[in-house]
Design a binder for this molecule. Structure first.
Ligand SMILES: [Zn+2]
Length: 250
């Protein structure tokens, strides 16, 4: 990489909270794969093959159509094979590839569904600006098959179990998912090379207070289950040891 491009990349990674962190640790082809989109923002698409079908967890942003195909290719699947989409939340940087999987079931907390389908507007400043400048990024009601759930929910997918833990705060229906020992927390946590780990940034978040409360209660709810890695929706992963939970989930 030429020095100038390297320097710009490093600057972007530091300032924009970009670049992935420990993403290689959750790669598990041909069973699962994670691919970032929208460099250097790195909105992540995670895919997995189960006995019950092919799931996608979050749908990325710019470049997500190609990234989704690439991720699915690693588990021997194509977009038409996707049976289930699970959303940590519906900010525009995590839903862009919905058009690639129009026949999938879209799972999310009931309070997130009207935000996903554009019936309600996101409350955070960044989303309101994005809506005004870029327009609606989401499907309209009825355009995709939305399957809302109302509280913490367990999805049995053949031999796999996916556990949904509701953590409203970053958005009204933000949800964390525990799947194969990886806890996907969406944007409830934030990481940048400059600032390290911390809770969701206020400018992107509907309620910072609720988000913090959600993180604290999430720790109690996931405690019975083995967790190896915690990953944000921006492809930042950390080893899920007790020190990390003590520091970040309080
Ligand atoms: Zn977000």
């Amino acid at each position: 990489m030429p020095f100038r491009r390297f320097a710009l990349t490093a600057l972007a990674c530091t300032l924009l909270a970009g670049c992935t962190l420990n993403l290689a640790r959750i790669q598990d082809p041909p069973r699962a794969a994670a691919v970032p989109t929208a460099f250097p923002w790195e909105s992540m698409v995670y895919v997995a093959r189960t006995d019950a079908g092919v799931l996608v967890l979050d749908l990325g942003w710019y470049g997500s159509a190609g990234a989704l195909r690439k991720a699915l290719g690693k588990v021997g699947a194509a977009p038409a094979d996707v049976t289930d989409v699970f959303l940590t939340h519906s900010h525009r940087d995590h839903i862009a590839a919905w058009r690639q999987v129009p026949r999938a079931r879209f799972h999310m907390l009931d309070s997130e569904a009207p935000l996903f389908t554009g019936v309600e507007r996101h409350r955070d400043i960044a989303s309101r600006v994005g809506q005004a400048v870029l327009g609606n990024p989401a499907p309209w009601p009825g355009e995709v098959d939305v399957r809302p759930f109302a509280h913490d929910t367990v999805f049995v997918l053949g031999r796999d179990t996916l556990r949904a833990f509701v953590i409203p705060g970053h958005t009204a229906g933000s949800t964390a998912y525990l799947f194969r020992r990886v806890l996907f927390v969406g944007d409830a946590l934030f990481h940048s090379a400059l600032l390290g780990w911390g809770p969701a940034k206020r400018i992107f978040t509907a309620s910072g207070k609720l988000n913090r409360a959600g993180l604290a209660s999430l720790r109690l709810r996931v405690h019975p289950f083995p967790v190896a890695w915690v990953c944000t929706a921006h492809a930042k992963c950390a080893a899920a040891d007790s020190a990390f939970f003590d520091r970040e989930f309080r």
